[in-house]
Design a protein around this ligand. Structure first.
Ligand code: 8YV
Length: 312
């Protein structure tokens, strides 16, 4: 019998087509009367395809009594209740590693763009101010700065390995010290006091919610920068906006926000930020590889009852 698979979102059109050829693919985003659909189909669905952004709500999961597996497009799983999955024996797969390089490159790109004011410089040249007003204001050098990485997992280590050869000194904060040559801090405020640039690459979820708060930003200081490729939830966003507005920190490069895609509009009025629309893994190459891994995980589950890249 063909497996009924509920797709919460379109992962990539070509791959969604592949799924539709192999499975009875039900597109949740295209269903108007969701309650009636769940009454009719809820107990037939054994697999869900979703993404790091959409996850799976506990309410919807409760309506799928025969759910066996969730295959997610993305490495973060803060939008999936793993405890609820464990309790019901539901397995979860993600797409780790294949996005690490693009996310780390984006982190480095945002760091340079923020300190060197790339977007303001582009505008300075484009608008004709270069000719009419003169040279733009000086920027800040990246070389020689101290980079404080919050979360030295796969992505954090990839960021560090790119930053060290560019002449940055590396320190990090995490649950445990790792067998690396970088300096370990067991208190976040100590890392922020030491660092010139605070780089956030830790998982989202309750354990890291709001850990970059007003105290940490105060410790970073008026010459300090924040770069966030983790989750919006990691920063106390109102505190960050106030610090940026008041010049209590120097600037921020942000790929992620609290209420995506409805980012707080206060960011758009700030000149000391560089904004990116949660697009660190957003390349054709990486998104294709991620979508293929979603398809492969689902096939592995369907044919052999195992997952290629389960959540540990
Ligand atoms: C995803 C992400 O691309 O992997 C993650 O955890 O946040 C991004 O890489 C995005 O969530 C796709 O929906």
């Amino acid at each position: 019998m063909t497996r009924s698979v509920l797709a919460i979102t379109d992962i990539r059109p070509a791959y969604t087509v592949q799924l539709a050829k192999r499975y009875d693919l039900l597109r949740y985003d295209q269903i108007d009367d969701k309650a009636a659909f769940l009454d009719r189909m809820g107990d037939k669905i054994t697999a869900v395809v979703t993404s790091a952004r959409f996850g799976l709500s506990v309410d919807l999961m409760d309506r799928l009594p025969n759910l066996e597996v969730i295959t997610s497009f993305g490495v973060g799983y803060d939008q999936i209740d793993l405890e609820a999955c464990r309790a019901r024996g539901i397995r979860v797969s993600i797409t780790p590693d294949i996005l690490t390089d693009d996310v780390a490159d984006t982190a480095i790109m945002l760091m340079h763009a923020t300190l060197r004011k790339l977007v303001a410089g582009d505008d300075w040249a484009r608008s004709g101010k270069w000719a009419s007003v003169g040279p733009m204001a000086l920027t800040r050098s990246v070389r020689g700065k101290r980079l404080g990485i919050v979360g030295l997992g796969r992505i954090g280590q990839a960021i560090a390995s790119r930053a060290a050869p560019s002449g940055l000194e590396i320190g990090y904060f995490g649950r445990n010290a790792k067998p690396v040559d970088y300096r370990f801090f067991d208190r976040l405020t100590d890392l922020a006091t030491w660092a010139d640039i605070l780089m956030l690459s830790c998982p989202g979820g309750p354990a890291t919610e709001g850990i970059i708060n007003a105290d940490v930003l105060a410790a970073l200081g008026e010459n300090g920068f924040v770069v966030n490729v983790a989750r919006g939830s990691v920063i106390d966003e109102p505190a960050l906006i106030k610090a940026l507005e008041a010049g209590r920190i120097a600037g921020a490069g942000l790929d992620v926000f609290y209420n995506e895609p409805n980012m707080d509009r206060a960011f758009a009025a700030l000149e000391n930020v560089v904004l990116y629309p949660h697009h660190a893994s957003g390349t054709v190459e990486t998104r294709d590889a991620m979508a293929q891994l979603v398809v492969d995980n689902l096939d592995a589950w369907d044919t052999r009852g195992e997952l290629i890249t389960p959540v540990a």
